[in-house]
Ligand binder design. Structure first.
Ligand code: PMP
Length: 425
């Protein structure tokens, strides 16, 4: 949906109701939170049986032997066989690590400063390093970069992924641009899945930096919400076909599949990149938690087991997304003061309010007890130049809480727009 012309008459009519909703919520003192995309308890319960799946004596696999001891591994081979097709990567180019793919991204970026990734000339230390940041995007990508001294260059998102005309121009002329953050499927927060053309252009483009990397954070690869599942081309295949086999680092995890705090993460890339990563990681750790990997293996058994499990997640999440979309349409549809996404997967709905009002909406919602992700969070350095994007995370609250929070949020959108435009009832 795109922002239409503001219908001032309808906005005026909506104003009294919005004031009432805001006032009642403020007076009630209740607290609601739609900030972070955490799985809810019912989702965590789907994996509860994993907690006692390993019985004493079950600690070996044929390929890896005794899993209780130290020993480096790229991941239990049977587990890699289960997940490789889901991530669309070759089994022998897939590495399994402990929970948190974000930790892997941090590690790869930090390690690059001391040991340039394959193709690089010398170390990144002392150099200006910049990454492209498609916006709106994932705030923690931006904070990882800032933490490590990597500067961020915003690039607009389109319905097909980052604006490739802008990306191609920037990477061709500027060797300090060493990478790009991508959430290629059901993107955080826009829900966009990169088109085949975008994947091909990312793989083929000329980059001034010889060690340019695409940080392909496929966090939502299997997190479908609708019957029609988005298709994403394989970035590793596209890069290999384009003659840039080392260009992409692929990341993923089971944080929103099993347990966000005790899942497993994945790294996949070209053989040279995998060797680079595993070598660096070998200095950091003598081996990952292999019993956690075994738990996941015993729990899922097959690729189909994962797919069936994700269907159960969808049954919990889909009604919540429907509730959010219903409320947005009911309260804001036709006013011309907001537009929002209707994602086919992932964890977020991205709401664009009247430019110049997002921070005010978040402040008004706070007064009424509803915590929203800070305005600007989806932009590098927390600065949304249009002050219009708000990320909604429907997973954690109950449907009833969501209904109440959304009613307050839409009331605040109306109030802030009326203030901005000087519309009075
Ligand atoms: N990438 C994206 C795009 C995410 O949305 C999230 C969680 N919000 C993560 C990574 C974090 O993943 P992990 O728990 O594996 O570190």
């Amino acid at each position: 949906m795109t922002t239409q012309t503001v219908d001032q008459q309808k906005l005026r009519e909506a104003l009294d109701g919005a004031r009432r909703v805001h006032q009642e919520a403020t007076e009630s003192g209740s607290k609601l939170d739609i900030t972070r995309g955490k799985p809810c308890a019912a989702q965590l319960d789907l994996s509860e049986s994993m907690l006692d799946i390993l019985k004493a004596g079950d600690h070996r696999t044929e390929a890896e032997g005794d899993l209780r001891n130290y020993s480096p591994t790229t991941g239990l081979v049977e587990l890699r066989e289960i997940f490789a097709p889901l991530l669309d990567v070759p089994v022998d180019q897939l590495v399994v690590r402990d929970n948190s793919s974000l930790a892997l991204m941090h590690q790869c970026l930090a390690a690059s400063f001391f040991h340039a990734p394959p193709g690089g000339e010398g170390t990144w230390l002392g150099q200006t390093v910049r990454f492209l940041a498609p916006v709106p995007g994932y705030d923690r990508h931006f904070t990882v970069a800032s933490e490590l001294g990597v500067e961020l260059v915003p690039v607009p998102m389109t319905d097909e992924g980052p604006d490739m005309d802008v990306v191609e121009r920037l990477v061709a002329e500027d060797a300090t641009i060493k990478g790009i953050w991508c959430v290629p499927k059901y993107s955080n927060p826009t829900g966009v899945t990169y088109s085949s053309q975008t994947v091909r252009r990312l793989a083929e483009m000329s980059t001034a930096a010889p060690d340019f990397r695409i940080y392909w954070d496929n966090a939502y690869a299997i997190h479908h919400l609708r019957d029609t599942e988005a298709h994403l081309d394989s970035i590793l295949d596209a890069c290999a076909a384009a003659g840039h086999p080392d260009r992409a680092f692929v990341f993923a995890s089971t944080s929103k599949v099993t347990f966000a705090g005790a899942g497993i993460s994945f790294f996949a890339a070209s053989p040279a990149n995998v060797q680079w990563y595993v070598e660096r990681d070998g200095f950091r750790s003598i081996g990952p938690n292999k019993l956690s990997q075994l738990q996941h293996l015993r729990f899922f058994r097959t690729t189909e087991g994962v797919v069936a499990h994700m269907q159960r997640h969808r049954e919990i999440l889909e009604p919540k997304f429907d509730a959010v979309l219903r409320q947005l349409e009911e309260d804001l549809g036709g006013l011309g003061i907001a537009s929002w996404t209707d994602p086919a997967g992932g964890y977020f709905v991205s709401l664009d309010v009247l430019p110049g009002t997002a921070a005010r909406v978040v402040a008004l919602a706070k007064e009424a007890g509803v915590a929203l992700t800070p305005a600007g969070a989806t932009f590098p350095y927390g600065k949304d130049p249009e002050d219009q994007n708000i990320r909604i995370a429907p997973s954690m609250p109950t449907t009833d809480e969501l209904d109440r929070a959304m009613r307050v949020l839409t009331a605040c959108v109306v109030l802030a727009a009326a203030e901005k435009l000087g519309v009075a009832s």
